[in-house]
Structures are given as structure tokens and as C-alpha cells.
Design a protein around this ligand. Sequence first.
Ligand code: PLP
Length: 367
Amino acid sequence: MNDRDYLLLTPGPLTTSDTVKQAMLFDSCTWDEDYNIGVVQAIRARLEALATTTSGYTSVLLQGSGSYAVEAVLGTALGAQDKLLIVSNGAYGARMAEMAALMGIDHHCYDCGETAAPDVTAMEALLLADARISHIALVHCETTTGMLNPLAQVAALAARRGKTLIVDAMSSFGGIPLDVDQLGIDFLISSANKCIQGVPGFAFVIARRSELEKCAGRSRSLSLDLYAQWRCMEDHAGKWRFTSPTHSVLAFAQALRELDLEGGIAARYARYGENQRRLVAGMRALGFDTLLDDGLHSPIITAFYSPQAENYRFGEFYQRLKRQGFVIYPGKVSHSDCFRIGNIGEVYPQDIDRLLDAVSRAMYWQH
Ligand SMILES: *Cc1c(COP(=O)(O)O)cnc(C)c1O
């Protein structure tokens, strides 16, 4: 095995299939209909079909990483009089609060701590106390800790109180079944290089058409104007306003075909779940503890406490795993010393078994 031949156990970019990588070996013409209609419009339709079985939703693709699309949604969906309630229990919720502050968007950050799920009763009290709150933003899977936030409960609250719901489903869409219409999600954000298993380069938004239609002229930014991007794709059959990441888009089209071949989102969810359960059971058998209680875990990524041994260093552990063909992720939790292991991408239960062997050999602090 050469040095570059390793499996990414990270929350994206992640290990993609050879066929997804090979799909990029073509230079598309961005005004030709082979690309705009044949690839871009087909992707949009497929994303809408994956997100819901009913009509009333549309989709927009946007250049950049996932954060660009989050910023585009916040900056485009909220009008000057609107106020946003941000649920924050990790780095991605905190990033939304930072974006809102920078764009001068009126907001309240409900911080429930990194290892606790949001309390929907407390959120309802916040809504009742401040009638100006018009929108709620929630991270579905908080990749910082691996926590799966209670989307159905928050969605029911938004519906009950008539609030517009924005969901950062970056690390869950394509890997966890959901229906945007049944849940009443107005804007759902995800990106190419997470559970759809494409390569980095763009993000996408599934939006309730009637909500997006209200957003003309609201954007705080030119290039992150989600409405203008959408109009361009609608009016010019899949055309991007500015240079399109053509190779990433081709890879994504292939990744969507492979999602179908796997058996769709339900089958992928089952695989990720199996990966995660095997990982946690195996790591516990080796003496590691998870940061979160089992009831809070997502099948996407898991945070483990670092060993308490004097001579443990993440860097050394990381290198020893990398030499055996696995790349893991450092922790991102502010108050606890952790590392993280993801199980999304081209990662299968037998890979997790091999990883567990590699971990047992890499535990130098015990030898
Ligand atoms: C990956 C991710 C993002 C976006 O991060 P980028 O580095 O901008 O791609 C946002 N939210 C969550 C929950 C994520 O996992």
C-alpha cells in the first residue's frame, strides 16, 4: 500500500468510488444542453425526488462548499424585518450565528450545549416571548459531535407556530431518510461531498417553491443570492450564473446513480447504521468511550473521548492509523478532548472490522 492509499473516515470530503472519480474525465461545455439539460436539470429533478414525493419543491445548486449555501439561504430567505432563531449545539450551529451577525440579520442563538439535544419546550417559550422570530434554523446532524438533532419535533414546533424552517442537513441528506414536505421544511441545505458521496465543489438547496419565490431582491450578497441563482437555473434550463464546477457536477450525477444502485437512501442509511454500531461496539471493547449517549448518536460520525494515558497524543495515534490505511478526524468539541470517526462514503462493515484491528495495533500507549 502506498502512502496515499487510505480510506477517509471523515465527515467529508470522503472516500468516493472509482466510478465517481472517473466520471470527471470529461470537459463539459457549460452552454451546451448536454450539460445543462442532460446533467444539471437531471440532478435537480433527482434531488427533488429524493427529498419528497410531492410537488411544491424546487432545487438550486450553488458553487462552493456547504457553508456557502448556508450563508446563501440565511442571506436570501430572511427579509429586513425577519428574525431568526438558531439552535446551536456545535460548531455548525455556531457558524450560522456568526453568519447572521456578519450579515446584520436579527437573530437569537439558543445554545443548548454541545452534548445536549435542544429542548423543544424551551424553544417554544422563546417563540412565545419574541413574536418577531419568523424563522428557525436547525442543524440536523451536528457533525461536531455526531448528534442527531430532533428534527421531527422542531419541525412540528415550526409548523405549529407558523415559522419558516431552515435545516442544515449537510451531513444527513442522502444518508438518513426524510421527506421535506411531510416535515414541513422550507429550506434544506446539503452538499456534494457528504452522504450523496460526490466530490467537493458545490452545495445544493431544496426549497419550498412558494417560500423561495418571496426572496427576490433580499440577498445581502451578489454571488450568494440564492434567488438569482434559482431564477437563472429556471429561466435558462439549468444554467449556472457564474462558472459551474463542471467536473464535480459530473461526479455528482454518477454518485446519484450509485445511490440508486445501492437501493436508495433507505439502503444507505442501513449501511451507515451498521458501520456505526459495529464501530461503537468494537471501540468500546477496546476500552474507548463515546462522548454522547447512544440515544443521541447519528449513523454519520461518532466522537470518542481521547484515552487518558499520559503519553497519548492524537498526532501519533493518527499517524499509526494512517500507516495502516485509515484516516480519522480530530475532535472539534470545545470542552472535551475527543477524536472522531466517520462512516460515510465508500465505507462498508468489513472496513470497520479492519479499522478496529488497526486501532488495536495503534494503541501504543498501552504497549
Ligand atoms: C460539512 C458541514 C457543513 C459545511 O461545511 P463546509 O466545510 O463548508 O463544507 C455545514 N454543516 C454541517 C452540519 C456539516 O457537516
